[in-house]
Design a protein around this ligand. Structure first.
Ligand code: ADP
Length: 296
């Protein structure tokens, strides 16, 4: 398995405050990786570090085998769509493609034109007069036509309506099927990740809480419900992620590779939303934090 992003003790501090700390990641190539967490968790900070737009305050990060944005070849390997999918308002759609062609050595003009055509965008129209959804599609088309090895998308659909969001994700998934590509996509919406991603990173309060293959994470986490019990009495192979109690009953979310044989528990599977919420809970059970939205 090759690695597309490797972070070692990575941290970024703004004045006195850490936006990202102690980040250890080894993200596999060829996957669609969802970076999920509430607003302010540090997602943009991590993605900007990966794109080479920020320098680490501590530790190191490697992207596609080298330091981010270190030279022309490294820049060509990574496509980055920043938050709010920026475009040049006064330039036309066709101007954007000309700009892309002149600035990017690996630019695939046929891919760009074919996508613009398929999207029904008028090449003569100024980007400033496109709808939010169309601007996002243009920004994604630009990033894809670079033929990057890694595509980084920072909350690309956050400001889009549900239809535009679905169309954007559809274009992305088509591109993933057609091009050999690794994608890292951040979102504060569990549903975006659920539809598109097969690998998950949960970031809360500037720290990575869990990272792994989505199916494997779902298969190894379980909800246990039973008579009230101290979670410390569970076997060592069962890692308690979150716990809640009533007077008589205990509900736990545990991670384990082993089957749960104790008959005093009623055992249920969990979904992605349960998983993400449990890790948010785990990071600071008593502190109120911004809500992670769950939208369908
Ligand atoms: P997310 O993308 O998950 O919403 P960010 O990475 O944008 O989170 O922010 C993480 C933390 O860093 C937040 O507390 C935010 O206020 C802070 N932060 C981000 N950018 C700056 C900056 N340029 N200066 C100071 N603080 C910042």
């Amino acid at each position: 398995m090759s690695t597309v992003i490797r972070a070692r003790g990575l941290g970024k501090k703004y004045r006195q405050r850490w936006a990202l700390q102690d980040c250890e990641l080894e993200l596999p190539a060829g996957r669609v990786i969802g970076l999920v967490g509430p607003n302010g968790a540090g997602k943009s900070t991590l993605l900007n570090l990966a794109a080479g737009l920020l320098a680490p305050s501590s530790g190191s990060i490697e992207v596609c085998g080298g330091p981010p944005a270190a030279d022309v070849a490294q820049l060509a390997r990574v496509g980055f769509v920043a938050q709010d999918t920026p475009t040049y308002g006064r330039l036309s759609v066709a101007d954007h493609l000309t700009l892309g062609r002149r600035l990017n050595p690996g630019w695939d003009d046929a891919v760009a034109r074919e996508r613009i055509d398929r999207l029904g965008l008028d090449p003569k129209q100024r980007a400033g007069t496109l709808s939010g959804g169309q601007r996002a599609q243009l920004a994604l088309t630009m990033a894809l036509a670079k033929r990057p090895e890694l595509l980084i998308l920072d909350e690309p659909v956050a400001s889009l309506d549900p239809l535009a969001r679905r169309e954007f994700m559809q274009l992305l998934m088509e591109a993933v099927a057609e091009q050999e590509l690794s994608v890292v996509l951040s979102s504060h919406l569990v549903s975006d990740v659920e539809r598109a991603c097969d690998y998950l990173v949960v970031l809360v309060d500037s720290r990575v809480q869990v990272a792994g293959d989505l199916d494997e994470l779902i298969a190894t986490h379980h909800r246990l419900v039973g008579a009230r019990r101290d979670p410390a009495t569970l076997p060592g192979s069962q890692q308690v992620i979150s716990a809640s109690h009533t007077d008589r009953q205990t509900t736990l979310l545990v991670r384990t590779q082993e089957p749960i044989l104790d008959p005093s528990w009623s055992v249920d599977g969990i979904n992605l939303e349960d998983l993400v919420l449990a890790y948010m809970d785990k990071s600071a059970p008593v502190v109120r934090r911004p809500r992670l939205e769950v939208q369908r």
